[in-house]
Design a protein around this ligand. Structure first.
Ligand code: URA
Length: 239
């Protein structure tokens, strides 16, 4: 415990910091970086497993009241993500639909039922993988999320979810996820079927389950993609 002048100085510093934060808040600044980005990335890399899990949950609490973009105005529930916080495989879709918005859980509607089957086909369960979306709030009328919405949401939430979970493989479902994560305008038909790199993580792009419901003739292509994912997971577990 500090005494005398040191204590007085600490009180003054604390007060000055509080005043500064109040001023910034009044000016509309709601996030102040604690450390430069490179240092923050290094610190993140050094976090142990349990701390990463805590951070993942804490970020979910922050996301649950997010108002950073217009999608917050019409959502019912924020759909943060679900599954094993230490999953080797992470699925990333586009954004919540009606059912997801009601329940606050990703992929629980018709497309979700197909995703559950796709996961089962590679001998995993929903609980063993992690499932999230590019945007956490349902776009009105299920429209495609806009670029600024995807940017705001991924740079505040998904990017960190991936860093906390550290999956071996990301499976990007559909155009919005694949193009957004790989920063390309190339379509899913040419991106699918091979591994790409996302920040040192293998990324497989494949068709979105909602597309497959409308185009069942392409289910086999998705199956070919998932077999490649299974093969890498097998190599990881035996290697
Ligand atoms: N489609 C998506 O992209 N994500 C969901 O969570 C549900 C449907």
């Amino acid at each position: 415990m500090a005494h005398g002048p040191i204590r007085d100085e600490l009180t003054q510093i604390t007060q000055a910091l509080k005043d500064r934060l109040l001023l910034e808040k009044a000016l509309g600044v709601d996030f102040v970086a604690k450390t430069p980005p490179e240092t923050a990335a290094l610190e993140l890399r050094n976090l142990d497993k349990e701390e990463r899990k805590r951070q993942l949950e804490a970020l979910g609490k922050v996301a649950s009241t997010c108002t950073k973009c217009r999608l917050s105005e019409s959502r019912t529930k924020v759909v943060y993500g679900t599954g094993d916080p230490f999953a080797q495989l992470m699925f990333i879709g586009e954004g919540p639909g009606y059912e997801e918005d009601q329940q606050g859980l990703p992929f629980v509607g018709k497309a979700g039922q197909l995703l559950t089957k796709i996961i089962a086909a590679i001998k995993l369960t929903r609980e063993e993988v992690y499932i999230a979306n590019m945007v956490k709030c349902r776009p009105p009328e299920n429209r495609t999320p806009r670029e600024d919405e995807v940017f705001t949401c991924t740079s505040n939430y998904l990017k960190y979810q991936i860093q906390y979970i550290r999956p071996r493989i990301i499976c990007a479902l559909g155009n919005v996820a694949a193009q957004g994560l790989l920063h390309t305008r190339e379509g899913i038909s040419s991106l699918r079927g091979r591994f790409h790199d996302y920040d040192g993580i293998k990324l497989m792009a494949t068709f979105h389950p909602a597309y497959l419901l409308r185009n069942p003739q392409d289910k086999d292509k998705c199956w070919q993609d998932m077999k490649k994912v299974r093969k890498v997971l097998d190599e990881v577990s035996t290697g």
